[in-house]
Ligand binder design. Structure first.
Ligand SMILES: [Zn+2]
Length: 296
């Protein structure tokens, strides 16, 4: 078998396995005409079936199909070959034509997952209307696995669609849970209104406070006082900015605590000194705790 064809067949069998639950050893229902053809063309039937389906195979024959061979004269080699296969009980008391027997065994869904090896063109046409029926036939001396029928492809697409829908529903559920969890994140971003105050404060304080005092104080005494004053002013401003930073921090904390009681207390205490605020902040956290207890 050529490499390209082998690849095609491997893909095809993996489709049947993945989408429709075909498993090795593949159960192959062989009809009487195919037994005859393999004898005529001196094909090692079981070996060829294994090569084409690329796996372990279990050839089978129905009672009706082997009966067809018994009725024909001069087909002893084909009968001998068929006798080596496992007999598939079809429960047809009076033997019926092989095509009809195989069609009835496959049914309308091929629930037993048979591979059908048949030389009958009408039967092959019929089986193409049933999803997931791998069909094998012999053309001259070459065994051929048919490409998947339109029905099979449609059935596969339908199954994939169903699978997609189920995953889509789980995805939407995940997204919903994510959206609820992401709600607090933008709030936190709104709170600071600028760069992180903790990082900004540390950079500013050494530049504004000590440098003018240290550099300018020894040279001019009269200006020194002004400098110091300005330094103090700067200090005051800096303190103010510190306070705002602290307020912001507290607001952040307020946001974190997310309790109405604690936020009220923090707002009222914003006019007081930082120490008081710190104490109150502890108090606020305590009240928030108590609030939480009350709520629970
Ligand atoms: Zn039968």
């Amino acid at each position: 078998m050529r490499q390209k064809r082998a690849k095609t067949y491997r893909k095809l069998m993996s489709l049947y396995s993945m989408s429709f639950g075909f498993r090795q050893p593949y159960q192959i229902l062989v009809d009487s005409e195919l037994c005859k053809a393999s004898v005529d063309h001196k094909i090692e039937l079981v070996k060829q079936l294994g090569t084409v389906l690329q796996g372990e195979v279990k050839p089978m024959i129905t009672q009706c199909c082997i009966h067809e061979l018994y009725l024909q004269r001069g087909q002893q080699p084909a009968v001998d070959l068929a006798k080596t296969f496992e007999r598939r009980k079809c429960n047809h008391r009076e033997p019926i034509p092989g095509d009809e027997c195989l069609a009835s065994v496959v049914g309308d869904s091929n629930k037993h997952r048979y591979v059908i090896a048949t030389q009958s063109t009408p039967l092959r046409t019929k089986l193409r209307l049933i999803p997931a029926v791998p069909i094998v036939h012999i053309n001259r001396s070459v065994m051929i696995l048919e490409p998947p029928s339109d029905t099979t492809i449609r059935a596969k697409a339908l199954m994939e669609q169903k699978a997609l829908n189920s995953t889509a529903s789980t995805e939407t559920a995940l997204l919903a849970s994510l959206s609820t969890s992401t709600e607090p994140v933008p709030r936190k971003k709104r709170g600071p209104k600028g760069p992180n105050p903790l990082s900004v404060k540390k950079k500013k304080t050494p530049n504004l406070l000590p440098q003018p005092q240290l550099t300018k104080s020894p040279s001019k005494a009269s200006l020194d006082g002004k400098d110091v004053g300005s330094g103090k002013q700067e200090k005051g401003e800096d303190k103010k900015s510190d306070d705002t930073h602290k307020r912001k921090r507290m607001e952040d904390n307020k946001g974190d605590e997310a309790t109405a009681g604690s936020s009220n207390i923090v707002m009222s205490e914003s006019t007081g000194s930082s120490r008081k605020r710190k104490r109150r902040r502890k108090g606020a956290s305590n009240t928030s705790d108590s609030n939480v207890i009350h709520e629970s």
